[in-house]
Design a protein around this ligand. Structure first.
Ligand code: CAA
Length: 296
């Protein structure tokens, strides 16, 4: 029975995951080595809860109860010692994740399930570094976590059926729809999404159409809420590049090779919405979509 949950990493995904668990009554330890990031995460959760209150989907009391369910801590070992489930949502860096999993494995009680929100790193590889590979599983939320219904549940090579089932049931308790997939590069979400984004970037790079045309075709033609270039900016161009590299290395198939324009943009530090410029320019507080002058 899962009651206490620890979430490691207080970035965009971590704060969204903590928000949702706390909203559904779980006690959450939100852990990050960076105290500023923890404060920022609590402010973001408060702001997103305010949207729900304004919409009437949550009461002020429920907002307060949600915030009361979250404790913030800087230390992994301390933060996981009473956990029934830990969800790691740190940066997509394999060495960092392996170190965090080492600490989680040492510090968490033996019954505790160790999950990762990784978007593409092998669950089997992470599990192999722990002493409980049967209790390591992928729990991949989508951004923005409070809004998106999907949880991609990833079965590692050694994940037990009971653990997968526990995560499936837990996802349903959060009002989400879980889909169980096997552990191969990119799982399902990113195996299909990233080649689409890469193809959109190739279309721009080869001059087939401009940023707005590419995004409008996919928004209006395929009923996507965002076009692929805007979505790439929203996810982070560095994250897109990292996932494409996982697909390219994992399958050894040239069809996954990242577009040189994407590589150049990441090298130039144009990472998308999070640092103000990608295919579009971003001004805090403004929702207007302005194509970057580079692509006009
Ligand atoms: N918390 C709570 N509510 C939020 C929120 C948040 N962080 N962000 C948005 N919302 C709510 C808003 O309050 C609003 O609610 P109502 O419609 O009930 O009023 C609703 O979501 C829509 O938000 P906005 O009106 O602000 O903006 P929008 O209509 O442009 O929608 C969006 C924003 C939900 C992000 C929409 O554009 C969308 O669905 N985009 C695609 C998102 C997507 O594809 N995500 C997956 C990315 S891939 C990934 O995450 C995995 C990976 O591994 C890379």
């Amino acid at each position: 029975m899962i009651k206490n949950i620890s979430v490691i990493g207080a970035g965009t995904m971590g704060n969204g995951i903590a928000h949702v668990f706390a909203q559904y009554g779980f006690k959450v330890n939100l852990i990050d080595v960076n105290p500023t990031q923890l404060q920022r995460a609590m402010a973001t959760i408060g702001k997103n809860l305010d949207r729900q209150v304004a919409k009437g989907t949550l009461t002020e009391e429920q907002k307060k109860a949600t915030l009361d369910n979250i404790s913030i801590l800087p230390d992994v070992s301390e933060g996981v010692k009473d956990a029934d489930l830990v969800v790691e949502a740190a940066t997509e860096n394999i060495d960092l994740k392996l170190e965090i999993f080492r600490l989680m494995d040492l510090g968490a009680p033996p019954h505790c399930i160790l999950a990762t929100n990784t978007s593409s790193i092998s669950i089997t590889k992470i599990a192999a570094k722990t002493n409980r590979a049967d209790k390591v599983v992928g729990m991949h939320f989508m951004n923005p976590v409070p809004v998106m219904k999907l949880v991609e549940v990833i079965d590692g090579y050694a994940t037990s059926k009971e653990v997968t089932q526990t995560i499936v049931e837990l996802s349903k308790q959060l009002g989400k729809i879980p889909c169980v997939v096997n552990d191969y590069p990119g799982f399902i979400a990113n195996r299909i999404l990233m080649p689409m984004i890469n193809e959109a970037i190739y279309s721009l790079y080869e001059g087939v159409a401009g940023v707005e045309e590419i995004d409008t075709v996919m928004k209006l033609g395929m009923a996507h809420p965002m076009g692929p270039l805007q979505l790439a900016d929203f996810i982070g161009l560095d994250v897109c590049l990292a996932i494409l590299k996982v697909l390219h290395d994992g399958f050894g198939n040239p069809k996954y090779a990242p577009c040189p324009l994407l590589v150049n943009m990441v090298t130039a530090g144009k990472l998308g919405a999070k640092n103000g410029e990608g295919f579009y320019m971003y001004t805090p507080g403004s929702k207007e979509l302005v194509v970057s002058s580079r692509f006009k």
